[in-house]
Design a protein around this ligand. Structure first.
Ligand code: GLA
Length: 724
């Protein structure tokens, strides 16, 4: 519910459990007043009590006042010495800005940026228009709230009503939190260790989480949370901030002179410059803000529900996910039609329903040095072409999925021989060759259209319903022959817009096309891609031990229904660790599951384990799609991992525990469950016993003696003893 209280020039946005208050102060500036647990009006009291200063022009202390005023948009060069939110460079080189309130409107539904992923629905949207008289630029700050959610979405439209200007920074949001001792939680990593969790005290000065790689990346993720010092998984206040964006980004926290904290972010501004002619507009990506007064656990559930309710393509939110066999680790580039048919046969025998043909089916691609861009079937490798495989899948009742890497080009390819200018390159600069390949210039719509036509031809011809969209390197050089010299600073954002336009074309032409995004493992796990691709490949690291860290971190701000998990070969192909087959199955069952190994090499024992894993997974698949992911034992803080999936109505739950270091000398330990109904009785299938929710959550269940990397699971259903 959004309200404007005229008497106090105050805006009150109240969601499920939060209130967000701003006011237009006496001098016409938009000031933040409060963001936290829900309030109940009392505006007069709030105005009297809040120590909000109203800077006046000509005030002797104006500089100080601007520098400490909680702002919804940081000015530049005009008394606020914290990092600005928007920087506009005018033709004369001047950059000073001072945004004042002009007008506002409140509308039903969501107002969304063009060409960018966005919420599909919303309850109400507040637009506050600020005006900068120096540059004649208007800012439209948008705030969208939702029914029954603690998420709030913000973004900004910048309208140039003056002379040609250059945006040098265009962040999506700014929020000044009051004096406190805060901790910062963010996700860092590298290839094979995506989204590791780091939590540390937030010191003075600026802490920046940033990617300059043209994507979310393995190393960072467009998410951070600000926690009260004593907040943990279940208790305390925290604020999550996330950009629904897949390109280079920046999120920063600045602890100022009064121990207050400015959090803001958006498109990375290093090298960014966007030319705005008179009358032109610029739209920033949307940012999602989540307030939780019950710790990180609740914050994560809010993010997960937010994506399921408002962002992910509705036709896929509750649709049964494919149970996949992917041939990558089974064959790499070395396969032919017979081998693939064998994989399909083995999959059918075990109850797997979808076969995904990975890299190597197109152009001339027998290793990673060639073929990217040649999206036509390699018929000498695949005898009978793709038709032989898709027909075979159909005959066997298995769905078919196909791998693409649409943004890339190999120098050794037909496409490069005909169109070398399609690759990103700056004359005189030797390009970086990540994984022996170059990146296509997706700032150029002609190139995007060309790739769309190639993909569309294959998807349409073979009636493909599933694609894995990979992206195996970072974007370097950042220069386009398509853009004029004045617009090169637009490169990275335009590249991302190109990616979105291809995704938009594919999903609108093929509404039943299920896309799994991927990037050299999990470097493109972000809210922007989730708008088009309901699932994302979490990491190439499918090791039964290290996966628990990756899945724990990913669950901070993404729904478990998007966290694609496969049971893979052993020893693991990435780190050579040996983990039990059962463990790999258990960990992979905490997300949309699949297999990534040579099924023909499985022993009879392993085959029967796969069958058991699949039937176990089928029991919990609805929890993966619609349930809450609840974190129980933090592997970053102990030698244990435990998590559970719980249905929203608390009728059904699934618990997985892994021992990361054998616990033989640890004495007796218990695992307390969460999110059950205290007053209900539950049946634990593994124990064949009825236990109350109260006992399961307060006393817990005994953790058995386990070897390194051994797991146990529990399947729990609400049932009374006297029910059958
Ligand atoms: C990336 C993906 C893998 C696989 C290969 C194919 O590394 O993460 O799953 O698709 O590319 O080249």
């Amino acid at each position: 519910m959004i309200r404007f209280i005229k008497e106090y020039s105050l805006f009150d946005i109240s969601g499920k459990d939060y209130t967000y208050i701003m006011k237009v102060n006496d001098c016409g500036y938009l000031q933040g007043v409060y963001y936290g647990a829900k309030l109940a009006g009392d505006y007069h009291f709030l105005m009297e009590q809040s120590n909000v200063k109203s800077p006046k022009l000509g005030d002797i202390n104006m500089d100080m006042a601007f520098d400490t005023m909680p702002s919804e948009c940081g000015f530049y060069l005009h008394g606020d010495f914290r990092e600005p939110t928007i920087i506009i460079e005018r033709k004369d080189g001047g950059k000073v800005s001072r945004f004042k309130y002009l007008e506002h409107s409140i509308v039903n539904g969501a107002t969304t940026p063009k060409g960018l992923p966005h919420v599909r629905i919303g309850k109400q949207t507040l637009m506050i228009c600020l005006y900068d008289e120096f540059s004649n630029v208007k800012l439209h700050l948008y705030y969208t709230c939702f029914d029954n959610s603690n998420a709030l979405v913000r973004w900004t439209e910048i309208v140039n009503e003056g002379e040609t200007a250059y945006l040098k920074r265009a962040y999506s949001f700014c929020l000044d939190l009051p004096k406190n001792e805060y901790n910062l939680l963010n996700l860092y990593g590298n290839y094979n260790h995506e989204r590791m969790v780091e939590e540390k005290p937030l010191g003075h000065g600026i802490t920046k989480i940033q990617s300059l790689r043209g994507k979310a990346s393995h190393q960072t993720n467009p998410f951070l949370a600000i926690l009260n010092k004593d907040t943990n998984e279940d208790f305390g206040e925290c604020y999550g901030f996330q950009l629904m964006y897949s390109g280079s980004f920046s999120l920063s926290c600045e602890v100022g002179q009064n121990e207050d904290c400015r959090v803001q972010g958006g498109i990375a501004d290093l090298g960014f410059s966007w030319k705005l002619e008179n009358g032109e507009k610029f739209h920033t990506p949307q940012a999602v803000l989540v307030y939780s007064k019950n710790g990180l656990g609740d914050m994560s559930i809010t993010f997960a529900d937010f994506y399921k309710d408002y962002v992910i393509l509705p036709q896929f939110v509750k649709a049964k996910r494919p149970l996949v066999i992917n041939n990558w680790e089974a064959t790499y580039f070395d396969f032919n039609t017979e081998k693939l048919k064998q994989i399909v046969d083995d999959a059918v025998e075990l109850g797997i329903d979808t076969f995904v043909l990975d890299d190597g089916w197109f152009g001339v691609r027998n290793d990673d040095t060639s073929g990217l861009g040649d999206w036509f079937v390699n018929e000498s490798k695949l005898q009978g072409g793709l038709k032989a495989i898709t027909d075979y899948c159909k005959e066997k009742g298995v769905s078919f999925g196909l791998w693409f890497e649409p943004e890339m080009i190999s120098e050794n390819s037909e496409l490069f021989r005909i169109h070398p200018e399609f690759a990103i390159c700056k004359k005189g600069v030797e390009p970086c060759r990540g994984r022996n390949q170059l990146v296509l210039d997706f700032t150029n719509p002609k190139i995007v259209n060309h790739i769309f036509d190639l993909l569309d031809a294959i998807i349409s011809k073979y009636n493909i319903k599933y694609i894995k969209w990979d992206m195996n390197r970072d974007v370097t050089e950042g220069y386009s022959q398509y853009l004029d010299s004045d617009s090169q600073g637009e490169f990275y954002h335009r590249y991302t817009l190109g990616v979105y336009s291809l995704a938009e074309k594919l999903t609108s032409k093929h509404p039943d096309l299920f896309i799994e995004s991927c990037s050299g493992g999990g470097a493109r796990f972000d809210g922007g891609m989730l708008y088009y691709a309901p699932q994302s490949w979490t990491s190439d690291n499918t090791d039964g031990r290290e996966r628990v860290f990756i899945q724990w971190g990913t669950s901070m701000c993404y729904p478990v229904s998007a966290i694609s998990c496969h049971v893979s070969e052993c020893p693991n192909h990435q780190n050579f660790r040996i983990t039990p087959f059962k463990t790999r199955g258990h960990i992979a069952s905490l997300g949309p599951t699949g297999y990534e190994l040579d099924l023909s090499k499985l022993t009879e024992d392993e085959k029967s384990m796969v069958k058991k894993q699949i039937s176990n997974y089928k029991n919990v698949a609805d929890l993966v799609l619609e349930g809450d992911f609840v974190r129980l034992k933090n592997p970053f803080k102990s030698e244990e991992f435990a998590a559970m999936l719980v249905s929203k109505n608390k009728e059904k739950a699934y618990v997985v525990y892994e021992c990361l270091k054998n616990n033989f000398f640890d004495g007796e330990r218990r695992l307390r469950l969460k999110h059950l109904n205290e007053d209900c009785e539950y049946y634990i299938h593994e124990y064949g016993q009825f236990v109350s929710g109260r006992t399961l959550m307060n006393y817990g269940v005994k953790i058995p003696r386990l070897e390194d990397f051994e797991t146990f699971s529990l399947f729990i259903e609400r049932r009374n003893k006297n029910e059958n």
